[in-house]
Ligand binder design. Structure first.
Ligand code: SF4
Length: 69
């Protein structure tokens, strides 16, 4: 387990999205600022693999945002 923040914080679009929601912020706590080496996004970035835009650190997909009416 790493104690440093993820080196991708400044360029990871999901990191910014996590800032917008208290429920999503738990991803930052559990991965971005705690154990980024377990993050599927971090792993794929390091390996140069395809990166779906909605890929969560766990490897699941973040549901699309609901449209405001
Ligand atoms: S979601 Fe993953 S790749 Fe993005 S900043 Fe957090 S730990 Fe890093």
């Amino acid at each position: 387990m790493s104690n440093a923040s993820c080196p991708n914080v400044s360029r990871c679009p999901l990191y910014e999205e996590f800032n917008l929601s208290a429920s999503l912020r738990t991803w930052q706590i559990r991965y971005c600022h705690a154990d980024f080496s377990r993050c599927e996004r971090y792993r794929r970035h390091a390996c140069g693999e395809e990166m779906p835009s909605r890929l969560l650190p766990s490897g699941e997909m973040l549901p699309e945002k609901k449209r405001r009416t």
